[in-house]
Design a binder for this molecule. Structure first.
Ligand code: ADP
Ligand code: MG
Length: 697
């Protein structure tokens, strides 16, 4: 028989693996195990270390322990009809204990006095004799290593009718038979560089570790393997994007110079650094593919605006895309303000526009009369064409998905791409999700910002909260009151109604003497602008709104953010909302009015109270929701990591190692896969979303 298994053999249906019939195969399929390879990679969920033997007299009630002893006698009783009791009395020379099994009469023939056995399980010593109830057991056999006791024992994530004991036995036979024949697919130089265990050994040790050290090394190998495969896909994708011809922009010029002078502040160090990175990419003849992340209020918009001006001053157009019409509208307002003294043609293109108006806009875009177009991803739709699109800025990547980038590609355009995200994530996360991007992070906030104090208050105490609002307004400050999400997030009609009702109630009952304003997504652009202007001028003191103010609103004099039924909002959204205050030099507050009824909601609110750090908040959010929901796996095609724990302290180093190596090996392109043919197969196997790029030369 062939010594190493072929790819075909590895991919053969699991039911043909010796010892796994159609029935077991069915159970395994439910756990996602379909092939022989899947089975070999079906790792234990956890392990129990049963290598340390306890002495019977020292066993403590309630502990899980392992003892090695001799069988003294085997007793069988039927205390009442339908109940069978098997008792095995053991002695380790120091003390006696008994193991009991209920209704498993067939076990009786396994035991005989004088046998050496190992029992492992929970100890009870409350009722007279020291007792193990239904323990794992093993009869010691000089020729065979113990499997279920006396070693580090694997516990599998089993479901269905497979018992740990039976499955463990099967796995042992399978691993013994197959693991030595599995071919290594990682480059030997990669393994050598990090001193990683070869695949055969790692498979054996991850299932049936000889020691904790071996287990650790085996797991480490699989983590490196997983991260390397992931990063290799990213590296190839990155490389593919970079091989296309891009635009080599001049990054300095009259427009950008004027823009910097027009700002009433100096860029922060974090902004300046991010801008340098962006400018470097824009100067390069390779297309930019960069993600810009930063805390709420860290000043990403200004940086994106600079980048768009670079495109314009080189005679190109720029597009700014947001995930919703409301956000697009807000971006437009912010840009209008930033560029009000520039003779630049800005256009907001929405699906809400009248048909002839939209057609006119499209025409202007096509003829190059519009310099900067703001809109939703509708901007990328078929009928829309640019004369010379030089830069696409995409806001809020996590709601976008790879789709839009694909559309750009299919239009045959290779503009520079800058993605903005207001959900900053720790570098280790960023590298696993945005691995095909270069990443810039704006650290820190502009000077003079004071940390916002956040309170969680029961809705029954809304009156006290309103009194607090009143005191701030007496000091000359302003407040936001955000009304709860009703129905789906996108249903602005309902939300608008609720906001109107809340405002009318407050006007009548609570703040009859103050100026209240209303803002929601159903208002026209002009109406919104008018309200915003009044709020900016402090002619509106309390602004009641839906969550539309999530981004883009910038009124430094506002110091209170009250969020009704805060438990209905996600963490990222709460953090964004809170970011509307604390933008000036005054001390600011965020008050979460909520009666959280479930644990997740309470956790979210607690995170908000505890920290203002957006990086920490997104990490917590990820922990609470899990990667699937957090990243919106399906639409994003984000990777599922099986062995890597993103929150473990070593992960960062492992990731950096693998990323560096992946980019190094990716340089070889197709040559790499010719040398290591199984490498691309494994990449496809583990991260199908990346695999289409394995073809890239
Ligand atoms: P982000 O988009 O990152 O949430 P913005 O770009 O909206 O942040 O900026 C937040 C506020 O801070 C805006 O009012 C902006 O004008 C202001 N700002 C930006 N950069 C600076 C800076 N370097 N110093 C002071 N204020 C700044
Ligand atoms: Mg912004």
């Amino acid at each position: 028989m062939n010594q190493t298994l072929s790819w075909q053999e590895l991919k053969s249906p699991v039911q043909y693996v010796k010892g796994i019939g159609p029935s077991r195969a069915k159970t395994l399929a439910k756990a996602g195990v379909n092939t022989c390879l899947d089975l070999l990679y079906y790792f234990p969920r956890t392990y129990q270390d049963r290598t340390q033997f306890s002495l019977i007299p020292f066993l403590k009630d309630g502990e899980v322990a392992t003892v090695k002893a001799r069988v003294v006698s085997v007793q069988e009783t039927k205390p009442r009809p339908g109940l069978h009791l098997l008792k095995v009395i053991i002695s380790d020379g120091r003390g006696r204990a008994e193991a009991v099994w209920f209704n498993q009469p067939f076990l009786k023939k396994q035991f005989a006095s004088g046998q050496e056995v190992i029992f492992s399980g929970r100890v009870s010593r409350r009722f007279g004799p020291i007792q193990f109830s239904n323990p794992d057991w093993e009869i010691l056999d000089e020729d065979k290593d113990p499997l279920h006791t006396g070693r580090i024992v694997p516990i599998y994530p089993l479901s269905g009718n497979l018992t740990q004991r039976a499955f463990r036995r099967k796995m042992k036979d399978i691993i013994d038979a197959y693991a030595p024949k599995v071919p290594e697919f990682l480059p030997p130089s990669f393994l050598a560089k990090f001193g990683l265990m070869p695949l055969n050994m790692a498979l054996t040790q991850v299932h049936f570790p000889e020691s904790q050290d071996y287990l650790k090394e085996a797991r480490k190998r699989f983590i490196y393997e997983e991260l390397f495969l992931l990063q290799l896909g990213f590296a190839l994708r990155w490389k593919e994007k970079k091989t296309k011809g891009g635009i080599s922009f001049k990054t300095e010029g009259p427009l950008t110079e004027k823009f910097l002078k027009s700002l009433p502040f100096k860029l922060t160090e974090g902004q300046a650094q991010a801008l340098e990175e962006i400018k470097k990419d824009m100067r390069s003849p390779r297309p930019m593919n960069r993600l810009l992340q930063g805390e709420v209020g860290s000043g990403k918009t200004v940086i994106a605006c600079y980048a768009m001006l670079v495109a314009v001053q080189n005679g190109y157009q720029a597009a700014l895309m947001a995930p919703t019409e409301i956000l697009a509208g807000q971006h437009f307002m912010v840009l209008e303000e930033l560029l009000k003294d520039f003779s630049i043609n800005l256009a907001l293109i929405t699906s809400g526009m009248r048909k002839n108006q939209r057609e006119e806009m499209r025409g202007a875009l096509k003829e190059g009369k519009i310099d900067i177009a703001v809109g939703t991803h509708a901007l990328l739709q078929e009928e829309v064409s640019f004369k010379r699109l030089g830069l696409a800025v995409i806001d809020e990547q996590h709601r976008f998905g790879v789709m839009q980038r694909k559309i750009l590609k299919e239009k045959g355009l290779s503009p520079d791409v800058l993605v903005l995200t207001a959900t900053p994530i720790p570098r280790s996360l960023a590298l696993t999700i945005y691995g095909d991007f270069d990443i810039s992070t704006i650290r820190g906030l502009p000077v003079g910002r004071q940390p916002i104090t956040t309170y969680l208050v029961n809705t029954s105490r809304a009156k006290d909260v309103y009194n607090f609002v009143r005191r701030e307004i007496a000091k000359g400050r302003q407040a936001y009151i955000v009304c709860p999400l009703i129905g789906s997030e996108e249903d602005e009609n309902l939300a608008a109604q609720a906001a109107l009702k809340l405002k009318e109630g407050l006007e009548k009952e609570v703040f009859p003497d103050l100026h209240l304003g209303l803002l929601h997504g159903r208002m026209s652009h002009q109406e919104k602008e008018e309200v915003m202007r009044l709020f900016k001028d402090n002619q509106i003191q309390v602004l009641v709104s839906t969550s539309v103010i999530e981004v883009g609103i910038d009124v430094p004099n506002a110091t209170v953010m009250v969020i009704w039924n805060a438990e209905r909002f996600g963490l990222a959204q709460l953090h964004q909302l809170r970011g509307r205050v604390g933008r000036g030099s005054h001390k600011s507050y965020c008050i979460l009015l909520a009666d959280p009824k479930n644990e997740d909601a309470l956790k979210r609110l607690d995170v908000m109270v505890r920290t203002n750090d957006g990086f920490l908040i997104s990490a917590e959010d990820l922990k609470i929701r899990g990667p699937g929901e957090f990243f919106g796996l399906e639409q994003h095609g984000a990777p599922e990591l099986k062995v890597t724990d993103l929150f473990s302290p070593e992960t960062q180093k492992y990731l950096e190692d693998c990323r560096e190596q992946a980019f190094f090996y990716a340089e070889e392109g197709q040559g790499l896969f010719r040398k290591f043919p199984l490498l691309s197969a494994m990449m496809e196997e583990r991260f199908p979303f990346n695999s289409q790029f394995a073809e890239v030369g």
